[in-house]
Design a binder for this molecule. Sequence first.
Ligand SMILES: Cc1ncc(COP(=O)(O)OP(=O)(O)O)c(N)n1
Ligand code: TZP
Ligand code: MG
Length: 204
Amino acid sequence: MEAQLLRKYFIMGSQDCERNPVDILTEAAQAGVTAFQFREKGPGSLIGLKKVMLGRQLRKICYQHSIPFIVNDDLELAEVLDADGIHVGQDDVNAEEVRARFPDKMIGLSISTLAELEQSPLSVIDYLGAGPIFPTGTKKDAKTPVGTKWISQVRKQLPHLPLVGIGGITTISARDVMEAGADGVAVISAITKASDIQKAVNQL
Ligand SMILES: Cc1ncc(COP(=O)(O)OP(=O)(O)O)c(N)n1
Ligand SMILES: Cc1ncsc1CCOP(=O)(O)O
Ligand SMILES: [Mg+2]
């Protein structure tokens, strides 16, 4: 995959939104986010048909704006929505299984420690999501923040694998993440909680 696609990677589910997620993604897409992950997860999230129906709407917006549509965790949903990619973490379906099922989709893998990095099937994935970089209130079960140093460490070990930082990144701290060597920043609240989404995306 082109690392440039990770530059402004927006992640969202309805649980993150105080207004219509369709409007929020439309504004973010118009403002120039470069990738989108549908992460319908946690307290207040939709399940079953409602999740699929929202996913269809969000998938369509990505298609209209030529933005990759990536599904978090849920392989069935990725198939039903014909997603461009899937993001899995260390406690999710193994990335090798995801690759066996989806030879042509982008696969992202979360990475928080050196041990995880050493044990991961890096040859089957397309990018790494490194974090949480900073403390975050968005993901209740987030691991201990690892800081931007973690980005530099991963970049040093893997100079060519596309790499995005995630966790507590704001329009101000995004610069530090990029300067540490990331190809992009993955954010939820920096966009969903912004009073002016266009401005927030521009600042990122
Ligand atoms: C780009 C990106 N990086 C990391 C994550 C976190 O994935 P995971 O650790 O599996 O946690 P959940 O998002 O599933 O709660 C991500 N989603 N995206
Ligand atoms: C999904 C995820 N994985 C690690 S931290 C995090 C939450 C990121 O949300 P925010 O950008 O609001 O801190
Ligand atoms: Mg996961």
